[in-house]
Ligand binder design. Structure first.
Ligand code: PLP
Length: 342
């Protein structure tokens, strides 16, 4: 039995999901004739109280298209130094949109309205013009942390005052909403564009959606085409997303409980220096100085428990749909056994 805690992207479609995919009605989405993807886009738009939604093959593409829609070349995007759009999208913001990032030194991937104000460039001609603020909720590199909704509202005011776009990378927004009891419409009211992933905690093989109102989304489909992201009988994938919304959303709380159990076991381990606060399904921790992190990973791998090293002594475990309570029992047990010097 392999226990894969590398990411919540490692899940495989469940039997029910595969059946839903097999039974999907499909058509050519380039001609807008795929009823399943059309229905999914409408469902997500309604859910967030927005006018339009567009299906994407990846969260990176949805984010990159959003950034393109919000900016002109030479402009600047304010985001956290941990942001996925900055760290893990291959430098796409500069490649696709010709923009740079002004990085905020935040707390676990989160920052304040005051920090946004400080990060805005002056209007003098020799500065890059700030045009977008990008948020990530939950934060990935920040360990699945959830933003304070009040702070997000304050940042929205700064955006309004300065005529900035406001984009939310909501790859794991589902986890945040389940944890904090916030609603998609709350987020829809606040942000101009939101990307959400179905391939993370919701357990789909592929799929993301970008939502926004008519004006900003008008050219989204053209930019998606420019990026090579047009698809044909994609309803098979939209059917998986639809199934996930019906069956895999509420259960995310279970993943959060499991992550906390892992956290307790790690806190108890003499090999671990620090466990980051656990709010959702991501557990980030540091091994003690003198403990070799790669050896730690290998020892667990030898027990069929997989996790990733993030460098600098930081390690990560992520819980998801395919991690059972019995698997967590086993991981807790093995972490306990490692307490003896490696
Ligand atoms: C996973 C993720 C994405 C999208 O990743 P893809 O692999 O391109 O789907 C975007 N933002 C965050 C915060 C993520 O964790």
């Amino acid at each position: 039995m392999q226990i894969n805690l590398i990411s919540d992207t490692v899940t495989k479609p469940s039997k029910g999901m595969l059946e839903a995919m097999m039974n999907a009605q499909v058509g050519d989405d380039v001609f807008k004739q795929d009823p399943t993807v059309n229905a999914l886009e409408e469902r997500i738009a309604k859910m967030f109280g927005k006018q339009r939604a567009l299906f994407f093959p990846s969260g990176s593409m949805a984010n990159q298209v959003a950034i393109k829609l919000h900016t002109n070349p030479s402009e600047q995007v304010i985001c956290d130094k941990f942001a996925h759009i900055y760290n893990y999208e291959a430098g796409g913001v500069s490649f696709h949109s010709g923009v740079s990032c002004k990085l905020i030194d935040g707390d676990r991937g989160m920052f304040t309205a005051a920090q946004v104000k400080e990060a805005i460039n002056p209007s003098d001609f020799y500065y890059s013009q700030t045009s977008l603020v990008a948020i990530e909720n939950t934060t990935n590199k920040g360990g699945g942390a959830c933003w304070s909704f009040d702070e997000l509202k304050k940042i929205k005011e700064v955006c309004n005052d300065n005529n900035f776009g406001y984009h939310l990378d909501g790859a794991r927004l589902w986890n945040a909403m389940v944890e904090t009891n916030e609603l998609p419409k709350d987020y829809g009211q606040l942000f101009d564009t939101i990307s959400v992933c179905f391939s993370k905690g919701l357990g789909c093989p592929i799929g993301s959606v970008l939502v926004g109102d008519e004006v900003i989304m008008e050219h989204a489909i053209r930019v998606r085409k420019l990026f090579g992201g047009n698809m044909r009988q994609v309803g098979y994938l939209a059917a998986a997303a639809d199934y996930a919304l019906d069956h895999h959303l509420d259960r995310l709380v279970d993943d959060h409980i499991k992550a906390k159990r892992l956290g307790v076991a790690l806190e108890d381990s003499s090999l671990i220096e620090k466990v980051e606060p656990i709010e959702t399904n991501i557990v980030i921790f540091n091994v003690n100085q003198g403990v070799n992190e790669n050896e730690f990973v290998q020892k667990l791998a030898a027990k069929n428990i997989l996790l990733v090293s993030m460098g600098e002594g930081k390690l990560r475990m992520v819980t998801h749909l395919d991690v059972t309570n019995a698997m967590i029992d086993k991981v807790v047990d093995e972490i306990g056994k490692l307490n003896r010097p490696i």
